[in-house]
Design a protein around this ligand. Structure first.
Ligand code: SF4
Ligand code: SF4
Length: 488
């Protein structure tokens, strides 16, 4: 097709240019045809530019499939378009007019603000969650033979069988898992061990340098806190009032007396997100992604701990909530602070990076201004996308409708299936994160698409179709491990 373009349309184009000496575009069949030709060539230039952006972006992202598909789609279309513009035949004005009308109408339909973005619905009254019900508590805190272990399974006997199956599997990143590599796997273990160590002791008292809390307006405090967080490496930061139902009710995995009630009466929260590198996430479910996960937990913990200490020094209480040491639920707080929406895969989906982020939170009694939740179409998109559910190797992401859980209407995920797959695989998987259409890299093309999707429901449908064509319905998603489903 490229050969055809060069050998046929280019000489024809040159011939047509040569004909301009009699006054083209004035002097052709009519003024109307002239203006249609000008509009047609402008339209051609826009489409050609779009094609070049798609190909260049794909090549820069080292993704050959979308580049090849763009060439296969755009070259014939542009060749045909050029032929219509270059050949002088009676129906030419009408064909050009049809192209322009269809193109113009299509542009209006996908660019106009049609189909509002909806917030997550909360038809019930959410209750505080016991941290002992979070899955990591069962595998990172309670040990067989301890009073806590016995107490937990006395209260939750139905969890014993599934948890025993998980405990029979090797730990992530350890010998015996299919992804284990004696030189590579220690990257992920080193990163997670360091995070574990530095996040055990995160609480400080307020110690005002001037002897009394510094006074400033909430707007000024917010500006300083956000600026400091960004300087430290936060890619997204938002502030909100702390909803008391987002505070765990009892200590589970996090340090402190096991099962003790949590008292946290801070008025505000700062949500912090750090981007995970796309080139690392694209390797999911291999250990590169798990290394990136642990490293970005480290980065987000670093930001939260320094921001909290800064607030302490201004004379206010502040507590960072970081990997393995949370007193609060990060995702609902990040949603309240306008960082993103809850996706079908059970993670925060941000407008900039999709679910490719790691979160931390600082709670404080410092007065701050409140960002608003900012839905951008994810509730609608997840309704028909289902790519994470299709690609999840453990079938842990439900492809059905939302259901109400703890007062919130949301898609369901099976954390136990997910975590069991992590242990069977030896990594934290992240295939759902990799394949999510919102996860594409932070580049002009993808940001433009994400911006359009935030405004237009039809564009969301077309975007999923395009995502399937250019990147595949199962972009390098692994199959389930051998015998996985037979062990359900
Ligand atoms: S991390 Fe993997 S196993 Fe877990 S929900 Fe996502 S795709 Fe499924
Ligand atoms: S993959 Fe699709 S369904 Fe899943 S979270 Fe992303 S947008 Fe939603």
């Amino acid at each position: 097709m490229a050969y055809f373009t060069v050998t046929w349309s280019v000489p024809l184009f040159v011939d047509r240019l040569a004909a301009l000496d009699y006054g083209w575009p004035i002097g052709r069949s009519s003024d109307m045809t002239t203006w249609l030709l000008i509009a047609g060539w402008l339209c051609f230039a826009v489409v050609a530019l779009a094609a070049m952006i798609v190909v260049a972006t794909s090549l820069l992202e080292k993704r050959r499939r979308p580049a090849a598909i763009a060439v296969l789609l755009f070259v014939p279309a542009l060749t045909l378009f050029a032929a219509v513009l270059l050949m002088d035949f009676p129906a030419q004005p009408w064909i050009i007019l049809s192209f322009l009308l269809v193109g113009g109408l299509g542009a209006v339909l996908v660019l106009a603000p049609i189909g509002q973005s909806r917030r997550l619905r909360t038809p019930g009254q959410p209750q505080r969650i016991d941290e002992r019900d979070a899955i990591f508590h069962r595998f990172y805190r309670i040990e067989p033979g301890t009073p806590e272990f016995d107490a937990y399974y006395r209260a939750r006997p139905e969890k014993m069988a599934i948890d025993e199956r998980v405990r029979s599997l090797p730990h992530m990143g350890h010998p015996g898992t299919p992804t284990y590599h004696r030189l590579v796997s220690p990257f992920q273990n080193a990163a997670s061990d360091v995070v574990k160590k530095i996040t055990r002791d995160v609480e400080w008292d307020a110690e005002p340098l001037e002897g009394a809390p510094v006074q400033a307006t909430p707007a000024e405090f917010t500006r300083r806190v956000k600026g400091f967080a960004r300087y430290l490496g936060a890619d997204l930061v938002g502030t909100t009032k702390l909803d008391p139902t987002h505070v765990y009710s009892h200590i589970g995995r996090s340090p402190g007396e096991w099962g003790a009630p949590i008292e946290l009466d801070h008025s505000h929260a700062i949500a912090i997100a750090v981007e995970m590198d796309f080139d690392m996430v694209r390797h999911a479910p291999d250990s590169a992604t798990t290394t990136e996960t642990a490293f970005k937990y480290f980065e987000s913990a670093k930001v939260a701990m320094l921001v909290a200490r800064y607030i302490n020094m201004l004379g206010y209480e502040a507590r960072p909530h970081v990997d393995g040491n949370y007193r609060v639920l990060c995702i609902p707080i990040a949603i309240d602070a306008g960082l993103g929406e809850l996706g079908r895969l059970g993670l925060l989906v941000t407008p900039q990076f999709g679910p490719r982020v790691r979160l931390s939170v600082v709670t404080t009694n410092m007065p701050l201004i409140q960002d608003e939740p900012a839905p951008f179409g994810v509730q609608h998109f997840c309704g028909f996308c289902k790519k994470c559910a299709t690609c999840c190797p453990s079938a842990a992401v439900d492809s059905g409708e939302k259901a109400v859980w703890n007062g919130v209407e949301k898609y369901q995920t099976d954390q136990e299936r997910c975590y069991r797959f992590w242990r069977a695989q030896g990594t934290d998987c992240a295939v759902c994160m990799k394949v999510c259409p919102y996860s594409h890299p932070d580049t002009f093309l993808h940001n433009l698409v994400r911006r359009i999707l935030s405004r237009n429901a039809l564009a969301r449908r077309l975007a999923l179709l395009a995502d399937d064509v250019f990147y595949g319905r199962r972009p390098n998603a692994p199959s389930a491990l051998p015998n996985w489903h037979s062990t359900d």
